[in-house]
Design a protein around this ligand. Sequence first.
Ligand code: PLP
Ligand code: COI
Length: 339
Amino acid sequence: MENIAWGELPFGYFKTDYNVRAYYRNGKWGEMEISSSETINIHMAATALHYGQEAFEGLKAFRGKDGKIRLFRWEENAKRMRRSAQGIMMAHVPDDLFYKAISTAITLNERFVPPYGTGASLYLRPLLFGSGPQVGVKPANEYMFLVFVAPVGPYFKEGFKPVDIQLVRDFDRAAPLGTGHIKVGGNYAASMLPADRAHKEGYASVLFLDAKEKKYIDEAGPANFFGIKGKTYVTPDSGTILPSITNMSLRQIAKDIGLNVDLRPIAATELDTFDEVGACGTAAIITPIGRIFDRSENKTYEYAKDGKVGPFSKKLYDTLVGIQLGDIEDKHNWNTIVE
Ligand code: PLP
Ligand code: COI
């Protein structure tokens, strides 16, 4: 095994041995290529650089107690990348190319798949962008698809401990009818300024409201928001958040453990009625939220008293992670074993 402090890995870039690439030219995808270079050659007029024709995905592979590597719900990421491509007029990546690229990136970097029991996993970052030149605002004729991997630990340094977040009203992440529902780089650029301010003010992340009415809870930084009210899992129904594959899975797990599931707009005024709240996503897994500070209204909502994680958040977390690691029966067939 590698000499890596697996249990101390942050969520971040980590140099591995290989990445894989494919190019879309003259209306079709070429053969996948393997590279050990960390850089790419890009045309100075590439549409990705000028007009934000870029989308990415994020998914994880886990090593089980049995030594097998399990990939969680990759088909959903492939589907979402197609929706992102369609939303900003890029060439689509077919499922077979998507799977070949991610599975090759895993097997070639097998020595970087963290051992079972370390809390770390292998994060996969598929990336698709317009590589062909344009100066007019038009889609490129050429695209590049690339997958790199990195062994990672928890996104929030607190791990599975409650974090404090800041509700912001003076920034929007995404516009109604804009690109909030797809995974394109511009959404993340728009979130950096409020996130940076929140960090400087001592908060782990931000909570955005809907841009139109400034009334409903939208995205929780790079993750979806959920709350537990009695025996109900509540999560926003919003056209401007990313449909999270983790959240989709948690809604199923919630039903499996006997909770009701409510997918609906959640008014910010409801924040004081939840028993537990959290953020969920591939990187965030479930990150319990201890406190939400409404920056403009100078109002604080407290959960997770004394730093204790709520019982349903814990059960949801344990079940999700248990399935991903192969410790709990994968009855919905979410895992693909990579051989
Ligand atoms: N929302 C945003 C803005 C994200 O970047 C992510 C991460 O992918 C999520 C939600 C969670 O989505 P998923 O669970 O599919 O990773
Ligand atoms: C993910 O959870 O995969 C994300 O996209 C979060 C962030 C690192 C962009």
